[in-house]
Design a protein around this ligand. Structure first.
Ligand SMILES: Cc1cc2nc3c(=O)[nH]c(=O)nc-3n(C[C@H](O)[C@H](O)[C@H](O)COP(=O)(O)O)c2cc1C
Length: 202
């Protein structure tokens, strides 16, 4: 039997609108967002873009948990409780609660590294981070405010277990918040390209 034809991805072409977006994109602070957030259909478009990231070995070392309303509030409360339980103090407990509870819609990106003889855990963690960045950019490109937060309990086992029944070794790569912006975000300083870029001649 002939092998099934593999569909080709499109060849790269210059896309000025995309380049302009990447050159001007800016997160919107979750604390300045209001309702509504994206609908389920809108979110599915954003999630598909978030899952389309480089992933060595195609291990898919991340999961998305969509949090809205009571589910979001339950996770935010668990984050607060875990911070207090871990002795991190009231200020960090507030930060932990807000890291999961601010935006109208929050996607928790859980990094779950897959046991592999070839692909190290750190590469899988980078893939989960790439998914977070792709979610932020897809959300912004769809016209929503988007913001990537982690907070003080993103790697706290008790929180991960209570909130997500996550296996050992898993952690929150990001709580990515989506909502309606209420204020235009101020521009922030960007790295000096010349200072961070080398062009060795040999
Ligand atoms: C891994 C990661 C975790 C972050 N966690 C937090 C956080 O917990 N609280 C916070 O205020 N900002 C946090 N930030 C920063 C925000 O995402 C901030 O909005 C972002 O750096 C702005 O970048 P932009 O202007 O390029 O969009 C985090 C950023 C990254 C990459």
């Amino acid at each position: 039997m002939p092998a099934p034809a593999i569909q080709a991805a499109p060849l790269p072409v210059r896309r000025p609108e995309v380049l302009d977006f990447l050159a001007t994109r800016r997160s919107v602070a979750a604390k300045t967002m209001t309702a509504p957030g994206p609908s389920r259909a809108g979110l599915e478009e954003i999630l598909a873009a978030g899952a389309r990231v480089p992933d060595h070995g195609m291990l898919v070392p991340f999961r998305f948990v969509v949090l809205e309303g009571p589910a979001r509030d339950r996770v935010a409360a668990a984050a607060r409780a875990a911070a207090l339980e871990a002795g991190l103090g009231e200020e960090n407990a507030g930060k932990a609660e807000r890291s999961a509870g601010l935006g109208p819609v929050v996607v928790a990106v859980i990094c779950i590294p897959v046991a592999s003889p070839k692909i190290p855990v750190w590469e899988q963690e980078l893939s989960a981070g790439a998914a977070c960045a792709a979610l932020v950019n897809a959300g912004l490109a769809a016209g929503w405010g988007a913001n990537w937060l982690t907070g003080p309990v993103a790697r706290t086992p008790a929180f991960l277990h209570t909130a997500f029944a996550a296996p050992e070794g898993a952690f929150v790569a990001g709580f990515v918040h989506f909502g309606t912006p209420t204020v235009a975000p101020a521009e922030r300083e960007r790295p000096d390209l010349a200072a961070i870029t080398d062009w060795p001649e040999a």
